[in-house]
Design a protein around this ligand. Sequence first.
Ligand code: PAF
Length: 275
Amino acid sequence: MQEQAIVWRHAGDDIGLVPTMGALHAGHDSLITRARRENQRVVVSVFVNPKQFGPHEDFLKYPRPFDQDRARLEALGVDAIFNPPVDQIYPPAFKTRVDPGPLGEVLEGKSRPGHFGGVLTVVLKLLNLTQPKRAYFGQKDFQQVVLVRQLVRDLALPVRVVVVSTVREPDGLAMSSRNAYLDPAQRRLAPNVRQALTEAARAFTAGETEPAELERLTTDRLAVAPGVEIDYVAVVDETTLSRPQQASPGSVLAVAVKLGSIRLIDNVVLGAERL
Ligand code: PAF
């Protein structure tokens, strides 16, 4: 992969990388379509990264419909599908781990210790292997975006991070490979997450800037849907992830919930979306 990438770069082609864990959906399609528009070469990595799963998480049962993914990627006209085996990315002698620092320990990182260390370790390796000029990430994983940007800035990586809006089901549920785990009753409850975020974002647009009040509105709206267990609801600054004194346009309202054993995350950038 790296040799091919170097040949492309030497020929003057820009490479766009779309890192994925497979089980592709319309959200991935929009990352790939954007990458296709902006680069001569598009590489999609399909790699379920063991290092970003906790010991009690779903690494083993994470969906891996590779034949379906390959057909989808061929139809989208990507130049390379990079689907390495785990022991090629992490051979037995592999020891290095990227430490995301304090921003890796809040929100998702608090509920999933070690998750972002695993994400940044594999992202750095994928960037080195694929040599992209641009790398594409979805806004749904907003904290991941913040940490990848930090990685790129702190380590002076020669890549531009491009963030693409969340793609949603018609009822508002953010597309995610994990949605496939939802049973019909959970699937019916899941759109409450987006509705709660939308209502709080509307309150912001109408003048409510108290983080605690925006969080309370979200929490109260989620309480209407019994079976949706809140992990966190937080208004945060879009770069520092700290709680602002007052929410302002660009602040992010982020939510994680559990429906049974399935964890869903979503967020809204306050003042940025037409609701
Ligand atoms: O967002 C994902 O699918 C993963 O975290 C990523 C970026 C592919 C790293 O494994």
